[in-house]
Design a protein around this ligand. Sequence first.
Ligand code: THU
Length: 128
Amino acid sequence: MTDSLIAAARAAQVRAYAPYSKFRVGAALEAADGSVFLGCNVENASYGLTICAERAAICAAVSAGALRFRRAVVVSDVDPPAAPCGACRQVLAEFGLDLPIDGVGLTRTVRWQLSELLPAAFGPEQLG
Ligand code: THU
């Protein structure tokens, strides 16, 4: 069965700019209204300025006015599939911990809930 969100994340992965690590990542976010936002990792010669695929997707979504999400997909070329890094977990959590995330590797897919990837999260509710 074709999963269109995974296919979209794969299409974004092709556009990854990863000349340093060669580790190409694609992300797709499905908003509450069904619209889809994509991101890929964008590396920089000043390595620490690299932007992960997930955060690129969040920025695309928020820039288009989407703030509620029902599913995320992260694709890379490793098995077991790579999960979002800690920084991306925190940025995703800003918009809700109730988010299924599919990590897609070369041959395997793993599903996590953001709430399990970022337990005891700090979030907007702490700021009153
Ligand atoms: N990367 C992502 O795009 N998302 C993650 O969650 C983990 C890491 C990227 C950053 C960098 O370009 C490359 O993968 C290797 O760390």
